[in-house]
Design a protein around this ligand. Structure first.
Ligand code: GDP
Ligand code: MN
Length: 382
């Protein structure tokens, strides 16, 4: 679950990390009074869960509070689009933060290195820009330090690492101290990512987390009580957020073939078959066990929210799930949502005969096997 920048900074501040002062606002009047508190010298930042807000026009510096307030008025309700998130996200809140003078921008992050089964800290002097870009063009500019699960991080390792990253002397001690706090926050909050970009050095030589991105491991939300309530709203993608509200396992992908199946394994097989047939999956959607007609309809509706979808493949193997229930749901969805794009269904297992009978004579194209279903849907969407 991704936290907004303001939530991330609150969490980090509680752990002693230096962050700029600031407060969140959802209207221009509040933005003005917050900006006044900092003498008008603020940065207004869209609170949307996507990267590259700066380039997308969602971050702007001001020297007077009225201008900051006017910008807030423009920004709220606007859809920001970035390279990382071409569908974009609508701005509901802004962070009005004290504007700091920045001499240099560095990059810091803590994440899980699964291959090494250890946390890894990444340090770079090339902050400000996207780290993926640095990784591609100048990979040696990223220094990695693994955190020993038993010993944690030792000072000498960190001193060596910030030295290797060419962080200037004035910032080294502060950065070492910040990294330790980040790792402590990571572990105590069950985070799966903490990223500070930029980690800013002021002309006076003070190190400040000017931007912060924290993500909490969804599997730990049962004990990270502070974040449970906001969990549903935190998906980066609007359709994924809606799926979370409906309790449906859905992941949005880039292709054009909508995929619905029951059981994660069967859905992944269906995706493989679509790829093998030359198509690209538009999503992963698992209707779950024992799905009723109403739920199946809700799933079809969800898949149809993605405008890229040109056809839908439905792959059901009825065990607990009854195929006639699923068929009823599909039919209802097609009729009520007035779906005109091709739909291919492969239905096998409990009550399959009854299910196929329900679909017979409708616009839904039947298929005997998964492969056949994939080939048929890809042929119509290509
Ligand atoms: P992102 O584009 O979503 O990563 O948003 P950031 O918070 O990183 O802001 C983008 C850029 O705006 C940063 O890299 C900085 O160069 C600049 N910026 C953000 N906050 C401040 C600030 O307080 N002072 C100054 N001078 N620049 C800032
Ligand atoms: Mn940033």
């Amino acid at each position: 679950m991704k936290l907004h920048e303001y939530q991330s900074k609150d969490l980090l501040a509680k752990h002693g990390v230096t962050v700029p002062g600031g407060e969140v606002a959802d209207n221009p009047a509040d933005a003005k009074s917050i900006a006044d508190r900092f003498g008008g010298k603020v940065v207004v930042k869209a609170q949307v869960l996507m990267g590259g807000r700066g380039k997308a026009g969602g971050v702007k510096l001001f020297t007077d509070s009225q201008a900051a307030s006017d910008f807030t008025k423009d920004l709220i309700g606007k859809r920001l689009v970035s390279i990382q998130n071409p569908a974009g996200m609508v701005v509901e809140k802004v962070l009005v933060a004290e504007q700091i003078d920045i001499a240099e921008e560095y990059y810091l992050s803590v994440l899980m290195d699964r291959a090494a089964s250890k946390l890894v800290v990444m340090i770079s002097k090339e902050g400000g820009m996207e780290i993926e870009e640095v990784a591609e063009k100048n990979p040696e500019a990223i220094v990695k330090v693994h955190v020993d699960p038993a010993w944690g991080l030792c000072d000498y390792e960190l001193r060596e690492a910030v030295g290797r990253a060419n962080i200037p002397n004035v910032a080294r001690g502060q950065m070492i101290s910040m990294i330790k706090k980040l790792v402590k926050t990571y572990i105590e909050s069950d985070a799966d990512l903490i990223e500070i970009n930029p980690c800013a050095l002021t002309p006076e030589g003070k190190l400040i987390a000017a931007d912060a991105k924290v993500s909490i491991d969804d599997n730990a939300l049962f004990r990270q009580l502070a974040y449970q309530e906001t969990a549903d709203d935190s998906a980066e993608d609007e359709i994924e957020a809606e799926a979370a509200r409906r309790g449906i396992a859905y992941v949005r992908l880039d292709g054009e073939v909508g995929i619905i199946g029951n059981g994660a394994g069967l859905v992944m097989c269906s995706m493989d078959e679509v790829k093998a047939a030359g198509g690209q999956p538009a999503d992963f959607l698992d209707v779950g066990g024992g799905a009723q007609a109403e739920r199946v309809k809700s799933c079809v509706e969800l898949v149809m929210m993605d405008p890229k979808v040109k056809g839908i493949l439905i792959n059901i193997f009825g065990g607990i799930t009854r195929c006639d229930e699923v068929a009823k749901g599909i039919l209802q969805a097609i009729e009520e949502l007035k779906i005109t794009i091709p739909v291919v269904a492969r239905i096998e297992g409990t009550a399959a005969e009854a299910g196929r009978a329900i679909l017979a004579g409708s616009q839904i194209v039947p298929a005997q096997s998964m492969q056949e279903a994939a080939q048929k849907i890809v042929a119509t969407t290509r």
